[in-house]
Ligand binder design. Structure first.
Ligand code: B1M
Length: 208
């Protein structure tokens, strides 16, 4: 049984070098990359989220934690994204306007890549017009939107409305901490995924 506690603690303390070292050691020991991400890196970040919420941690510390988690993900990413599988479809992913959170969105994109999708990552703070322009340019099968703030989730509705207005033939799916299936139904999204792994299942289902 792998002990993920030391890696959790390194993420919580924002120690980039230690996270890199422990992640590499786990990879060398043959621990599954998905387990390293979920039980080592994300589990640590979840503790950070609670402390941030309770006012026990502040933005600069949270940023260091996010950076250390990203450093760990960089190490395991090639192990799960490297695949010879032909593309199952094209997904355009981005965090909506006004929202700068990108860790979860990047994780979703990475899992989709590892699931055999061709992923175009637009980045953060993407307004509806930019999603529409990118759909016209890249012609994806699916557009995936991420929002982490209750104040930005309505941007998803605006984006879907603009895509519909433009008559573009694409499926749109949404996710992020404040998002629910109920909200997805309310704004007419084709699907909602609560986490990175289920985003892949959702894309497979939608593409058929
Ligand atoms: Co921010 N932040 N933050 N933050 N931050 C939250 C989201 C918050 C919940 C913290 C809290 O109060 N408890 C809170 C939002 C409250 C709300 O609106 N309900 C909050 C706030 C308030 C803010 C600021 C306003 C703080 C301030 O400045 N006063 C500010 C806003 C900036 C902005 O965006 N305009 C802000 C800033 C920041 C940092 C810059 C410091 C940093 C972001 C760094 C970065 O992303 N590069 C940050 C962080 C790190 C967090 C927390 C602590 C962690 C988020 C994270 O990365 N989680 C977060 C608290 C929390 O969520 N526990 C918080 C790990 C990640 C793997 O999970 O992103 O949920 P998550 O992604 C999951 C799923 O949600 C899902 O799959 C992922 C993997 O399983 N998913 C999708 C995500 N996108 C998907 C898309 C899909 C499908 C699934 O498409 C189909």
């Amino acid at each position: 049984m792998t002990n993920f506690e030391p890696l959790n603690q390194s993420v919580i303390s924002g120690r980039v070098d230690q996270v890199k070292e422990q992640t590499k050691a786990m990879v060398d020991a043959g621990v599954s990359p998905i387990e390293i991400i979920n039980q080592g890196l994300i589990a640590g970040m979840n503790v950070v989220g609670v402390r941030f919420k309770n006012g026990d941690m502040f933005v600069p510390e949270v940023l260091m934690c996010a950076r250390s988690m990203a450093a760990g993900i960089e190490i395991v990413k090639p192990l799960i994204a490297d695949t010879d599988m032909p593309s199952k479809g094209k997904v355009l992913i981005g965090t909506v306007k006004g929202d700068l959170h990108d860790i979860g969105k990047n994780l979703v994109g990475m899992m989709m890549e590892s699931g055999g999708f061709n992923v175009i990552n637009l980045g953060v703070d993407i307004p509806p017009e930019k999603f529409v322009a990118a759909i016209k340019e890249h012609k994806p099968d699916i557009v995936a939107m991420s929002a982490l703030l209750t104040t930005t989730m309505l941007q998803m509705k605006d984006t879907i409305e603009l895509i519909k207005e433009e008559g573009l033939n694409v499926k749109y799916i949404i996710g992020g901490a404040p998002i629910s299936q109920e909200f997805a139904d309310e704004i007419g999204a084709d699907g909602y995924a609560p986490d990175a792994a289920s985003s892949v299942d959702l894309c497979l289902k939608l593409i058929g």
